[in-house]
Design a protein around this ligand. Structure first.
Ligand SMILES: [Zn+2]
Length: 314
């Protein structure tokens, strides 16, 4: 699938492909106001070059970068933070209180991710994770408002996908930078004039009630747009919010029904996959289900793992 590396979304917002796994999998955003820039989501260490190219294309210098804002400390969102902080020496890192220590000392984050992916895959996917100097970290409490060249950016804590997750509200475009809280909707999930979306319940802090409350908080502001990290802008989010919440309920029901099965993670994986593909087919009977099964394979797997961990914590 063709994904243009930099997409102008209007309102001074640019979507940049993060060069993670394959094009269209993850992105980060530049938000430009006057001569100031915020980078929302960092991608991995391999994303830094794409960000530098985009800034150059927009005739912006390195000192224009005021904030670097990962929505949470999963490495496809925050892995490149240290590298960016090294490049953009005038910038502050804005991070959730529960994520800050992992940015200042990423050793636990690295070890945890290596345990899942292995040394070789880790290097391939994430590259080098550099620590961020503590003096340059802004620990953002719920309700904190950042000032980007006079443009307010509201930080709201949005647990559910992870305890260290916040979302960023841009009043000007009436849009949320959603990280992983408002699910995943790759380009392949644009089905005719409709758009499909799936939740992301990856390990190890998924909590369905908190996730539903966070989505409700965001929808309560009547947003026009959602800036998804996976992937790009989604207009008229009320059209998919219900679909997203229904699936979170489905996930919970599926997980609980299989709680006592010995091989429950595999069974959860299969049921989540079948439920999702049936919903896609109901929305768009001509959808290429075998292709979509492949596109979503990794997410189904991570979601099943996250549900399994959640069951253990019950
Ligand atoms: Zn995440």
């Amino acid at each position: 699938m063709n994904v243009s590396p930099v997409e102008n979304l209007g309102y001074g917002i640019y979507c940049i492909d993060a060069r993670y796994i394959s094009p269209g999998m993850a992105c980060c955003y530049l938000l430009v106001e006057g001569d100031e820039v915020a980078i929302i989501e960092t991608g991995t260490a391999y994303t830094a070059e794409a960000i530098a190219e985009a800034l150059a294309d927009l005739n912006l210098t390195a000192d224009a970068v005021r904030y670097i804002i990962p929505t949470h400390v999963h490495l496809d969102h925050a892995g490149g933070a240290g590298v960016l902080m090294q490049r953009y020496t005038g910038a502050k890192l804005v991070i959730h209180p529960r994520g800050a220590r992992h940015m200042i000392d990423p050793s636990k984050l690295i070890a945890g991710t290596k345990a899942v992916y292995g040394e070789k895959k880790f290097a391939e996917l994430y590259g080098e994770i550099l620590p961020v100097p503590e003096a340059r970290v802004i620990v953002a409490e719920d309700g904190e408002v950042l000032d980007l060249g006079g443009r307010p950016l509201d930080i709201r804590h949005t647990p559910g996908h992870a305890e260290h997750h916040f979302c960023v509200w841009d009043r000007q475009s009436r849009g949320w930078f959603t990280g992983d809280t408002f699910g995943l909707s790759y380009r392949e999930l644009v089905l005719g004039d409709k758009r499909f979306i799936i939740p992301t319940t990856s390990p190890v802090q998924f909590d369905p009630d908190k996730l539903l409350s966070s989505i409700e908080l965001m929808m309560g502001t009547h947003p026009q747009r959602m800036y998804l990290t996976h992937y790009s802008v989604l207009e008229q989010p009320e059209r998919v919010a219900e679909l997203l919440c229904e699936q979170i309920e489905d996930y919970r029901r599926i997980a609980l029904s299989l709680k006592h099965e010995p091989d429950r993670q595999q069974l959860i994986l299969r049921e989540v996959e079948e439920m999702t593909l049936a919903r896609i087919k109901a929305m768009q009977p001509e959808a290429d289900l075998p292709a979509l099964r492949k596109v979503l394979a990794l997410d189904f797997k991570l979601n099943a793992q996250g549900l399994d961990v959640w069951l253990t914590q019950q």
